[in-house]
Write a protein that binds this ligand. Sequence first.
Ligand code: T4K
Length: 380
Amino acid sequence: MQILTIQNKPFDQPIYVTRPILPSLDRITEKLREIWDSKWLTNNGPQHCLLENQLKNILKVPYLSLFNNGTIALIIACQSLRLTGEVITTPFTFPATPHVLTWNNIKPIFCDIDPVTMNIDADKIESMITPQTSAILGVHVYGTPCDVVKIQEIADKYGLKVIYDAAHAFGVEIDGMGIGNFGDISMMSFHATKLFHTVEGGALIFKESNLKTRIDFLKNFGIKNEEEVVMPGINGKMNEIQAAIGLVVLDYIEDERNKRKVLVDTYKECLKDVPGIKLLPKDKIFSKSYQYFVIRIEEEMFGRSRNYVYQKLKEYNVFTRKYFSPLCSNYPCYKQLPSASITNLPVANIVAQQVLSLPLYGDLTPDEIEKICSILLEIK
Ligand code: T4K
């Protein structure tokens, strides 16, 4: 057994990067009974319709389509806009983002990221456009919005579509407008690890009514009616149990957000003056989704590398995550692309060595956050 020469004792129970909202089983059973009584388990049932309407209001968007997960939703977003050729995107994201392009036979073109927001650097997009470019696929990383104004200007100038991977951005707004009102389509993930979840699930959100018809055909095999199949669709439907769980989880969101806010404030207070630890800079851009609490460890100043800290924290029963390292551009399936070269992505390659997502979920207490911070200092 390893002997730890440390002051802080490891946590008795593992502390993970996140934990899902778990509503009371009674509330879930109540909902399951409704579903059983209706004998309607999937295919646009009553729970599904209810959730779709509620989310439209909460997210302040005109149109929304539910999906069985965020990745299938994003694949269908590309299909619905008939994207081809090349799409400019970020390497600093979850594998799903570039993979949906590949599944659509589109080449991802990696653009470097902004050193502050860690989102696609809008100033570098224009130089990556070629005659094959059909769209820009930005990611609101950790819920921080991309530079939606500049990206739209570029898209308008070159006649490109804009899709946002808003997997982390539930409830995020810009000047009171739901984040889903920017670009042509945005995708949200409702995976168990997200603030709002339906166990697995996702949604596309958009402003054009004609997209609603097309997207809903695409997620249901292209079926228009019993006699007509109008396009080569797939099965992307959210079922009634997922939708029902989502409806119950919605009641817990505000409380969870408030708890996470207190924890985030505790982290900020404890870590604000630690040399070599960088926080997301301003409240203005700190995500109101409270999806992740991310620090950047600058090895030279902190004295320890991010990888060392990540490993060492495990000895204290703290399981952080390196979202998003390795960069997508360094995966074997993409690293041969010219845009994946380190010289094209200097900022992303540095940031990916620094980021660490610390535990953030409502069941944690401020005392536990203080202890995590104290362990960090001890590791230093
Ligand atoms: N785009 C972006 C930018 C994304 O971040 C994601 C998903 C997508 C697209 C795709 O959306 P979906 O198709 O998933 O809807 C997790 C999630 O599985 C993934 O949805 C999410 N991003 C990603 C950032 O995180 P992993 O591989 O880190 O998950 P996992 O299983 O290691 O879980 C992380 C921690 O969460 C565990 O250590 C403990 C805790 N956990 C997890 C689950 C599943 C629980 O406590 N209970 C649970 O049920 O990817």
